[in-house]
Design a protein around this ligand. Structure first.
Ligand SMILES: *Cc1c(COP(=O)(O)O)cnc(C)c1O
Length: 404
């Protein structure tokens, strides 16, 4: 290899890559069967891969995409993610990433007050954020068990297994919230409350926060509602929690992998989850070792849109879910599980099986979930570009059997 290996320089091929974002052709060529002995070069590789990468992925910005908690991402995050890839900074080593560390501190300083927290860090997802919180709860406060509702995310059970702590699952009431009457002694427990359950978007009673030895709020999905003056009250009580997890790659419209773990007393939490090492200039805080500068796309989004721009998009998603649910209540052949609490609308047909109905609907419009041994259709308003009137009329037509 030459001293100036052009593969590491900002080549004009990058512009070609950006152009491929706008226009992709049909798949012309299959991928090589084997690991090629000789490479074909960057630009040819982009042309070969683009139709596969773009052609065989769901478009989360599609006007009928409403299936999952994965949002479309704004282009400012594509640009800043490209910058991140170019620099490959590592937040484990402050010397390599002085601005990225400052950016993360800014993001934390700007977001933690909405939740009554005073610090924390970013990580790859709420699975890791939840594990980090429960690790802090165990080693900073000596909690002896983890309690959560049956509707809590599987990452809570994973964390209990990893940490070697007993896990108690409490049944839910008819609204899908943790059943208050079933919660026993919590004086030595970490109580996990969910703000926006993954299946139904229900918020546990956050008034319980602060009553257990440690309260963790898993706000992976619904946390960003706190930025909306119209909806912040739905999360009242969250500021009494000891820790809060949010997936920024859900309702903060960030590319993966982006999440926040926040603590009410970050010094206390950090003292329990920090380890030093010979090769480290500062202790490593949290579960991950090397990690990238995911704060930069988030900071860029926060500056470009402002709090108002983020809140407007979340409010719009909430109102789409409401419109959809209201339309569904008008259908006598459809059962609506409940009015949506946090943009998640659950329903099923009464005249045919949910699976059969699901097959009649366009791919990527909805997902399915199981509730009390019954299959339901699930829609998540994570896509501000969805055409909710069109989606509602597609359901109407499908239930009447008039769809092609
Ligand atoms: C999505 C989700 C998680 C897991 O978050 P990841 O970012 O996918 O790791 C945890 N809890 C809830 C309530 C979620 O919706």
């Amino acid at each position: 290899m030459s001293k100036k290996d052009k593969s590491f320089l900002p080549d004009t091929g990058l512009e070609h890559a950006v152009n491929l974002l706008r226009q992709v052709s049909k798949i012309q060529e299959n991928l090589p069967d084997r690991f090629p002995e000789r490479g074909i070069g960057e630009v040819q590789t982009l042309d070969l891969l683009a139709p596969h990468v773009f052609g065989r992925a769901a478009r989360l910005d599609d006007s009928h995409a409403l299936a999952h908690m994965d949002p479309p991402t704004p282009w400012i995050t594509w640009a800043t993610t490209l910058w991140n890839a170019r620099l490959n900074q590592n937040l484990l080593h402050p010397a390599t990433a002085p601005f990225a560390i400052e950016a993360e501190k800014k993001v934390m300083d700007w977001l933690t007050p909405f939740f009554g927290m005073n610090g924390g860090h970013m990580c790859s997802g709420s699975t890791i954020a939840n594990l980090t919180a429960l690790w802090a709860a165990r080693d900073a406060k000596g909690i002896e068990k983890i309690i959560a509702s049956k509707a809590a995310h599987i990452s809570i059970e994973k964390a209990a297994k990893i940490l070697g702590l007993p896990y108690e699952q409490i049944s839910t009431n008819t609204s899908g919230q943790i059943d208050l009457d079933k919660i026993g002694d919590i004086s030595n427990a970490c109580l996990v409350l969910t703000a926006g359950t993954t299946a139904t978007g229900v918020i546990d009673p956050l008034t319980l926060a602060g009553q257990a030895k440690w309260t963790h709020v898993d706000a992976a999905w619904a946390g960003p509602l706190r930025l909306s003056s119209n909806h912040a009250h739905l999360l009242d009580g969250i500021d009494k929690a000891d820790s809060v997890a949010i997936s920024a790659h859900k309702w903060f419209f960030q590319p993966k992998d982006s999440a926040l773990i926040m603590f009410r007393d970050a010094d206390l939490a950090n003292s329990a989850i920090s380890l030093g090492g010979d090769y480290l200039a500062v202790p490593n805080i949290g579960v991950q070792g090397s990690r990238g500068a995911s704060a930069i796309p988030l900071l860029a989004t926060m500056i470009a849109w402002g709090k108002e721009g983020i809140a407007d998009r979340i409010d719009h998603s909430m109102s789409m879910a409401n419109i959809l649910a209201t339309e569904l209540t008008k259908e006598d052949k459809i059962s609506l599980w409940a009015m949506p609490k946090t943009g998640v609308t659950i329903f099923r047909p009464l005249t045919m099986s949910t699976e059969k109905f699901f097959q009649c609907l366009p791919e990527g419009m909805f997902s399915t979930c199981m509730l009390d041994n019954e299959k339901w259709l699930r829609s998540v308003a994570a896509n501000p570009l969805a055409d909710i009137e069109e989606i509602a009329s597609t359901i109407s037509e499908a239930i009447r059997g008039t769809i092609a």
